[in-house]
Write a protein of this length. Structure first.
Length: 99
């Protein structure tokens, strides 16, 4: 459970983060859920990847299927990931197990 991770760890390091592709819907959904849970707990997320350098390059969208729910949901996730890099977010206090 991703919320349990956010409740127990103030910082999460993830190595070898892949570029997500549209046909990997389950992986995309899990990533969205992870970021949502970490964001709610104010967890610091540190990513290491060689597959992409900017958050907007993480999810490769099939333009033929851009009406899909995952595309809309990932836009919110992308926005949250950008905010999680901000000084304001990094200064927020981790809420941990208070949820």
């Amino acid at each position: 459970d991703y919320l349990a991770i956010g409740e127990h760890y103030h910082t999460l390091f993830i190595d070898d983060v892949p570029r997500l592709k549209f046909h990997e819907v389950n992986l995309v959904r899990r990533w969205i859920t992870l970021v949502d849970a970490l964001y709610e707990c104010h967890v610091k997320l540190v990513l290491h990847t060689s597959a992409w350098t900017e958050v907007e390059d993480m999810f490769m969208v099939d333009l033929e299927n851009d009406h899909c729910d995952e595309v809309f949901a990932f836009d919110r996730t992308r926005s949250r990931m950008e905010e999680m890099r901000s000084e304001g977010y990094l200064r927020k206090k981790w809420v941990g197990s208070r949820l």
